[in-house]
Structures are given as C-alpha cells and as structure tokens.
Design a protein around this ligand. Structure first.
Ligand SMILES: [Zn+2]
Length: 223
C-alpha cells in the first residue's frame, strides 16, 4: 500500500495525481487539515468551506479511481499544524504503524508553506524515532518520496525564512535522490484539479502549473 500525506485537499492532486491514478487500488490518501482557511476572503473561511473542500477532494480522487475507504480526513485546523503538532504526530504515527505500507509521499520540510514544512518534519521525526524502537520493523523497507508545492525562491536570499528553506533543500539534496515519474494522462490530472472549484481561482499560477507538468518529481530515499 502507498500512502499520500496531503496537508490540504488539492495537494494530493498537485503532487501526485499521476502516481495515484497508476496505483489507485493500493493508495491511501490522508488529508491532515480541514482546508477551512482556503480563501483570501475571511467571510468565506470556516466549517462550510471545509465541508465543500471535503466533497471536492472526494470528487477529484474518484476521477482517479480511488475508493472512499482509502480517503482519510484528520480534520486539524487549516494553517495551524504547528499549534496542533502533537495531535498530528500521534494521528500520523498511528496510521503509519497500522497500515501495511511500502511507500510514503509527503511534503518536503523546506516547502515554504508552514503547514507543509511542519508535516514534512513530523513525518521525518516519526520515521526517525520509530526506526529506533521495537515497532521499527514495521517501518523498514519503506520508500520515502518528498514533494514540494511551494518552492523556496532562489532569487530571494535576503528573506531569512526563504534562505533557511533553501539551505534545508541543499541538505536534503545531499542525502536524497531526485526522481521523476511520467504522468500518463495529463488531461485527467487537470480535470481532477478542476474538481477543487473553491481553490482554482485563488491558486497561484506557478502552483496551478504543477498540474500541466509531464513529470511528478520527488526527493527519494529507501530506508
Ligand atoms: Zn497545501
């Protein structure tokens, strides 16, 4: 079984629609936050938006052939993964140990979106800790794939947070391989992204472009 860990509904499609489609019967998708802040307009944010995004996430994944049983919502507050770190750690830890998985796709810790980077750090620390405990046998032989949705900006080294992300990416480059997979059906990927109707108009162009790339690329390591 493969596991895709998505901070928000739509990250799964942006990073991995091609991979999900190829393995739709054996892929579990975990949404960490409820997506309730996914609007620049404060009056649109909240539980109603979260419900809408949940149904958009189902529709998008149905297009790729994923069944409801393999879609999990952890419902943490959007934008606040850092605040609920312990809860997210425990939820993901349980899922990673309960599910018979051989590959995890998760956000890179150097992604500049704070929810993405925090989740990347949490997954790495679960793997690191579990590999030193008796439960470790369950988390061996795993393929790790890290994806980046919001890349640090190489032309902006004077912004401290951005510079930190760039340095972290450099560090990861030294111990992970960079690997890309061809997307067989780009039209299907675009259609799946279009299901995220509440997000499309607010999405940055460079993020939206991820749905038109012929390849999905990751930092990869086998542990
Ligand atoms: Zn996101």
């Amino acid at each position: 079984m493969m596991m895709i860990i998505a901070p928000h509904p739509d990250d799964d499609i942006l990073c991995c629609a091609g991979i999900i489609h190829k393995n739709h019967e054996n892929t579990k998708i975990i949404f960490v936050t409820d997506g309730s802040k996914g609007s620049p307009k404060p009056e649109e944010r909240g539980p109603k938006l979260a419900l809408k995004r949940m149904s958009e996430a189902y529709n998008a994944l149905h297009r790729l052939g994923v069944k409801d049983d393999n879609i999990v919502f952890l419902n943490n507050e959007d934008g606040n993964v850092k605040k609920y770190r312990d809860n997210v750690y425990n939820q993901l830890s349980k899922l990673l140990l309960q599910t018979d998985i051989n590959a995890i796709y998760f956000p890179s810790p150097f992604d500049i979106h704070p929810d993405h980077s925090e989740i990347g750090n949490i997954v790495l620390s679960i793997i690191h800790r579990k590999s030193r405990t008796t439960a470790s046998y369950k988390l061996k032989g795993l393929d790790l794939f890290m994806y980046t949705i919001h890349k640090p900006d190489i032309s902006n080294i004077f912004n401290l947070a951005n510079l930190k992300s760039l340095l972290l990416e450099l560090k990861i480059k030294l111990s992970f391989k960079y690997i890309c997979f061809k997307v067989n059906d780009i039209e299907l990927k675009k259609q799946a992204l279009e299901e995220h109707k509440s997000q499309i108009s607010y999405m940055q162009e460079k993020v939206k472009k991820l749905a038109s790339n012929s390849y999905e690329c990751f930092y990869f390591k086998h542990i």
